[in-house]
Design a binder for this molecule. Structure first.
Ligand code: FAD
Length: 418
């Protein structure tokens, strides 16, 4: 069976690997010359089932109003993006009803837990072939300054325990003993939740490393070739029309991030996926100042991830349409928010040493990824992973492979399809 996968981000490359592992002949295409050049390039590096909540939390509508016009807020809607967001935005808000939100959180947590098991397997099996992406199953610590927020997070984590999320309650003394870099802000903290099964790793290194292995095993990779249209014949997928001519395939997986709706619209499929912009900075770290643990700062809505001799800072959610322009003020605000917890970070953002970056997360209006078959035979999806695409990559790819090849999926796909 010949399967075309569109998109060489972390989702597309992982999907290609899983399909090839099961014996499919795989063709991978990407409009960019390099893999992982979209949202997968410099993300937060966190592999966390513990963070499974969709971003459309109950009350998100009020938060959006509260943050309106505040350029340094963690959540921002750019007025020029609003017209394009109407349909998606209404669905996003509709899915923030508490019962729906809780159901979607559990679906995400279950998928993320499975995905972490799978990435463990890949890391072990492919290490001898050179897959090295700084994977560490060191757990992740979420810090709190507000006891009410900590209590809400604890209750949410308890709700995910039966799908495999474990956590420990840490007091401030334990936090400081495990992560001495937090000693200067001891008085501000009220406690933390530590998630021992969470992990970290560099998504771009994973993507390029896995692609290299997959190519050595026979994958056909077309960089710099964009798919313009999906062609059907007698109602089923037949070929991809690309910038380099048509490519025939028995099946196709659309894994091109927030661009996916463009390819599906001409086939009458409305895909509720929109771009949500985020920023990251990557700092070189001296050996004696490296963090022991990856941190999520609940109060400032930023993440701080030690990736070997670098520290990745990431955060912000901005509805800015497809604008990938790097706004230095927004990037500086990520640094500023991180410095409230890691007080030793440099004062000024320096573009040379901090490698500011921005990416567009492919966010589904539901808050869960959109996987598997469509109404067009031969056409499959793996998109909409939003803020959790790195975490979901292996699990989602395994489920999509089962759909394409007609295998029994490792988890039920209910609630995760279009
Ligand atoms: C600031 C930030 C921090 C994040 N932190 C985390 C984190 O800590 N943990 C986590 O789990 N997730 C995180 N994420 C989310 C995660 O990075 C994304 O969900 C994930 O990278 C999405 O991968 P993707 O392959 O779907 O999309 P992309 O990486 O964007 O890849 C899509 C690819 O499709 C290609 N393409 C588009 N259209 C076409 C076409 N027509 N033809 C051919 N190719 C096409 C593009 O060139 C691109 O290479 C973060 C995201 C951001 C922005």
């Amino acid at each position: 069976m010949r399967v075309a996968v569109i998109g060489a981000g972390v989702i597309g490359v992982t999907t290609a690997w899983y399909l090839q592992e099961a014996g499919a002949e795989v063709v991978l295409l990407d409009a960019s010359a390099e893999p992982a050049s979209g949202a997968s390039f410099a993300n937060g590096g966190m592999l966390h089932a513990s963070h499974a909540e969709p971003w459309n939390t109950p009350g998100v509508g009020l938060d959006l109003l509260r943050y309106l016009g505040r350029a340094d807020s963690p959540l921002l809607v750019r007025p020029r993006a609003m017209p394009g967001l109407v349909g998606w935005g209404l669905r996003f808000l509709w899915n923030s009803r508490r019962s729906t939100f809780e159901e979607h959180t559990r679906l995400n947590a279950r998928l993320a837990t499975f995905s972490l098991q799978e990435i463990d397997r890949l890391q072990r099996e492919l290490d001898p072939e050179g897959l090295n992406f700084g994977f560490r199953r060191c757990g992740i610590l979420k810090l709190f300054q507000d006891p009410a927020s900590q209590a809400r997070n604890r209750a949410a984590s308890e709700g995910m325990m039966d799908v495999g999320v474990r956590f420990e309650d840490w007091d401030v003394e334990r936090i400081i003993s495990e992560e001495p870099a937090l000693a200067p802000v001891r008085d501000r903290l009220c406690g933390g939740l530590y998630f021992p099964d969470d992990a970290i790793g560099d998504a771009a290194r994973f993507t390029t490393g896995l692609l290299a292995i997959t190519r050595r095993r026979g994958l056909t990779y077309y960089p710099g070739i964009g798919v313009r249209r999906l062609r059907t014949f007698q109602g089923r997928l037949d070929a991809l029309e690309t910038s380099a001519g048509p490519i025939a395939a028995d099946a196709c997986v659309v894994a091109n991030g927030y661009h996916a709706p463009d390819l599906l619209r001409p086939l009458g499929i409305r895909l509720p996926v929109a771009p949500v912009k985020g920023y990251s900075l990557t700092l070189p770290m001296e050996a004696d100042s490296r963090l022991n643990l990856p941190l999520i700062d609940d109060a400032n809505k930023v993440v701080m991830t030690p990736l070997g001799n670098r520290l990745r800072l990431a955060g912000t959610a901005e509805f800015a349409g497809r604008d990938r322009h790097l706004n230095p003020q927004r990037a500086a605000s990520v640094l500023d928010h991180c410095r409230r917890t890691l007080v030793g970070l440099p004062e000024q953002m320096d573009a040379e040493t901090m490698a500011p970056w921005t990416g567009l997360r492919p966010m589904s209006a539901r808050g869960t990824p959109i996987l598997g078959a469509t109404q067009v035979p031969g056409l499959y999806l793996n998109t909409g992973s939003g803020h959790l695409g790195w975490t979901f990559a292996c699990g989602a790819a395994a489920l999509v492979r089962a759909s394409v090849l007609g295998e029994d999926p490792a988890l039920p796909l209910d609630g995760l399809t279009l």
